[in-house]
Ligand binder design. Structure first.
Ligand code: FAD
Ligand code: NAP
Length: 532
C-alpha cells in the first residue's frame, strides 16, 4: 500500500513536495492554513498571522531560468526576473499541469505533529489539524514540513536603547506594503539585507530623506551581469564553481572583492562590508547605488541610541526629526506545531542533517523542505530536497548513522561560519552548486561529466560552462526527463524572448566574456600542469 505523507504548507516547497510524492507513487495530503497556494508569493494588502507577508513591488532576485522546476521551464515570454504576481502565475500553471490542487486541504491549520505510540516500529505520526473550528487527528506514514521561514519577524528592540521614548512610528519590514502615506517623511531603515534595500529605495522616491543604518555593510550586486545576462546565470556555472573550489581561498576571496567592486567602489559609497572576504549573501539591487548618488538615501553606522525624535549613531552623528523607523532586521525560525524534542530552535538555529532530517529519529519518516538559504534560487533546491526525501520515505535511499549525521551537522556549520560569517542572516546559508550536487548524488541524478563529454560534447560544454540550472538534474537517474537536453540547449532563447520586443537585424560577435573564460580555463590547466 502507498505510504501516506502529510505535507504542511502549500507554498513553493509544499507544491514541489506534493509533485515529488506523486512522482514516487506516495499518497500525499497537503494542509494549508490559508485559502490558496503560493505562500510568501501571494501578495495581500493586509498582513496575515502565520504566513509570510511581502510588499507589493517584490521582484525575484533569482532569474526565471535558474528558478524554475527541473521538468517545467517557465513560459518563454515571462520576464527574466519576475514580479511576485508573475511568479505566482507560474506556480498556478505548475499546480494545474500536475493536478496538485486536489491533494490540498485549504483553511486547515496543522496544530501539532506527534510520534505515534508505536513509532519505533511503524515510524508513523499523529497530525492534529484544525479546520472550520473543528479539531481532528489523522495518522500519516511520513511528514514533510514546508511551512516557510520568513514568517516570524526578528525585531531586536533591546539593541535600540531609547526606543520606548521614540515618538515616531516604527514597524518590521513584514508590515510594509507600499510607499503610500510616507510622502515627505524622514525615514530610517535598519539593516541592509534585500528587504532593507528594496524598501529604502522605494521609499526614497516619496520621502523627504531616507537613511539606512548598517552595522556591517554589504556587497551590492546588480541583477544584470556580463553581456546583460541575469547575474545568477553567469555566477552559477560549474566552471566558476570549480575555480572557487580549486584556487587557494585567499585568491578566491580577493577575486570576489574585486568583482564586487567592479560596478562601483563600495568603500566610496559607505557600503563596504566589515569583513569583505566573507561570501555573505549579497544584496541584489539595481537602484541602491543611484539612490545613494542622488543623495535620496544616506548610509549610517549602527544606532547607538534614540530620543523622542532623533537617532544617535555609533560614530557620534545624529539625525533629527525622524518620523519613521523600519526594522528590516530579518526573521527568526519558529515551528509552533512541532515539539522541541523533534526540531529544537536554539539561537535561531536547528540541527538538521543536510538542513532536512532530525538526526536522532529511529525512523527516517520526517523532513523539512525549503529550510535553507542557498546562494542561488531556493526553488530548484527545495525540489532536489523533496526528490531525495520522497525516496528516503520509500526506502530507496537510506540515511547514515546518527553519529555520522551529527558529525556532518557540526562540520557543515563550521564551514558555513568560515564562508559566510556568524551573522543571524547567514544561519541557513549554503553554497549553491555544491549543495545541489550533494543532493543529486544521493538519488543518482548528478550527471557524469566524463562520459557525457565523450557521448555528447555539445551538451557537456553547456553543462560545464553554462548556467547550472535545474534541468541538469533530469538528464540521468530516477525522474529522468526527455526534455532536459533540449531545455538546456534552448535556454538562451527563453532568456532573450521577453526582451525581443523590437525587431532588429542580428549581428553575431564573440562576447568578450567567452574569451575571458577560455583564457581562465587555460590558466587553470597550466597551473594544474605545473603543480603536478
Ligand atoms: P512559504 O512561501 O512561506 O510557504 C509556507 C506555507 O505554509 C504558507 O502558505 C503558510 O500559510 C503555510 N503554513 C505555515 N504554517 C502552517 C501550518 N501550521 N498549517 C498549515 N499551513 C501552514 N528565494 C528565491 O529563491 N528567489 C527569490 O527571488 C526570493 N525572493 C524572496 C523575497 C522575499 C521578500 C522573501 C522574504 C524571501 C524570498 N526568497 C526568495 C526566499 C523564500 O523563502 C522562498 O522564495 C520561498 O517562498 C519559500 O517557500 P516555502 O514554501 O518554503 O515557504
Ligand atoms: P536578512 O537578509 O536577514 O537581513 C537582515 C538585516 O538586518 C541584516 O542587514 C542584519 O545585519 C540586520 N540586523 C539584524 N539584527 C540587527 C540588529 N540587532 N541591529 C542592527 N541590524 C540588524 O532579512 P531580509 O532582508 O528580510 O531578507 C530575508 C530573505 O528574503 C533573504 O534571503 C533575502 O534575500 C530575501 N529577500 C529577497 C528579496 C527579493 O527577491 N527581491 C527581497 C527581500 C528579501 P547583519 O548582517 O549585521 O546581521
Amino acid at each position: 500500500m502507498a505510504k501516506k505523507v502529510a505535507v504542511i504548507g502549500a507554498g513553493v516547497s509544499g507544491l514541489i513536495s506534493l509533485k515529488c510524492c506523486l512522482d514516487e507513487g506516495l499518497e500525499p495530503t497537503c494542509f494549508e492554513r490559508t485559502e490558496d497556494i503560493g505562500g510568501l508569493w501571494r501578495f495581500k494588502e493586509t498582513v496575515e498571522d502565520g504566513r509570510a507577508s511581502i510588499y507589493q513591488s517584490v521582484i525575484t532576485n533569482t532569474s526565471k531560468e535558474m528558478s524554475c522546476f527541473s521538468d517545467f521551464p517557465m513560459p518563454e515570454d515571462f520576464p527574466n526576473f519576475l514580479h511576485n504576481s508573475k511568479l505566482l502565475e507560474y506556480f498556478r500553471i505548475f499546480a494545474k499541469t500536475f493536478d496538485l490542487l486536489k491533494y490540498i486541504q485549504f483553511q486547515t491549520t496543522v496544530l501539532s505533529v506527534k510520534k505515534c505510540p508505536d513509532f519505533a516500529s511503524s515510524g508513523q505520526w499523529e497530525v492534529y489539524i484544525q479546520s472550520n473550528g473543528k479539531e481532528q487527528q489523522v495518522v500519516f506514514d511520513a511528514i514533510m514540513v514546508c511551512s516557510g521561514h520568513h514568517i516570524q519577524p526578528h525585531i531586536p528592540l533591546k539593541s535600540f536603547p531609547g526606543i520606548e521614548k521614540f515618538k515616531g512610528q516604527y514597524f518590521h519590514s513584514r508590515q510594509y506594503k507600499d510607499p503610500a502615506g510616507f510622502e515627505g517623511k524622514r525615514i530610517l531603515v535598519i539593516g541592509i539585507g534585500n528587504s532593507a534595500s528594496d524598501i529604502a529605495c522605494e521609499l526614497s522616491k516619496k520621502a523627504a530623506q531616507v537613511f539606512i543604518s548598517t552595522r556591517q555593510g554589504t556587497w551590492v550586486m546588480s541583477r544584470i551581469s556580463e553581456d546583460g545576462y541575469p547575474w545568477d546565470m553567469v555566477f552559477h556555472t560549474r566552471f566558476n564553481s570549480m575555480l572557487r573550489n580549486v584556487l587557494p581561498r585567499t585568491i578566491v576571496k580577493w577575486m570576489m572583492a574585486q568583482q564586487m567592486n567592479r560596478w562601483f567602489n563600495h568603500e566610496n559609497y559607505g557600503l563596504e562590508p566589515q569583513n569583505k572576504y566573507l561570501m555573505k549573501e549579497p544584496v541584489l539591487n539595481d537602484d541602491l547605488p543611484s539612490r545613494l548618488l542622488y543623495g535620496a538615501i544616506k548610509v549610517k553606522t549602527r544606532v547607538k541610541e534614540l530620543t523622542e525624535t532623533a537617532v544617535i549613531f555609533e560614530d557620534g552623528t545624529m539625525e533629527e526629526n525622524i518620523d519613521v523607523i523600519v526594522f528590516a532586521t530579518g526573521y527568526t525560525l519558529s515551528f509552533p506545531f512541532l515539539d522541541d524534542s523533534l526540531v529544537k530552535v536554539e539561537n535561531n538555529m536547528v540541527s538538521l542533517y543536510k538542513f532536512m532530517f532530525p538526526p536522532h529519529l529511529k525512523k527516517s519518516t520526517f523532513a523539512c523542505i525549503g529550510l535553507i538559504q542557498p546562494l542561488g534560487s531556493i526553488f530548484p533546491t527545495a525540489e532536489l530536497q523533496a526528490r531525495w526525501v520522497t525516496r528516503v520515505f520509500k526506502g530507496l535511499c537510506s540515511l547514515p548513522s546518527e553519529k555520522t549525521m551529527m558529525m556532518d551537522i557540526i562540520k557543515r556549520n563550521e564551514k558555513r561560519i568560515d564562508l559566510f560569517g556568524e551573522s543571524q542572516s547567514q544561519l541557513l546559508q549554503t553554497n549553491y552548486i555544491d549543495y545541489l550536487d550533494e543532493l543529486a548524488l544521493e538519488i543518482g541524478a548528478k550527471p557524469d561529466f566524463i562520459s557525457l563529454f565523450l557521448k555528447d560534447p555539445k551538451l557537456a560544454a553547456k553543462l560545464y560552462f553554462g548556467p547550472c540550472n535545474s534541468y541538469q538534474y533530469r538528464l540521468v537517474g530516477p525522474g529522468q526527463w526527455e526534455g532536459a537536453r533540449n531545455a538546456i540547449l534552448t535556454q538562451k532563447q527563453r532568456i532573450l524572448k521577453p526582451l525581443k520586443t523590437r525587431s532588429l537585424k542580428s549581428s553575431s560577435t564573440i562576447p568578450a566574456s567567452f574569451l575571458i573564460k577560455i583564457l581562465g580555463l587555460l590558466a587553470v590547466v597550466l597551473a594544474l600542469f605545473f603543480q603536478l
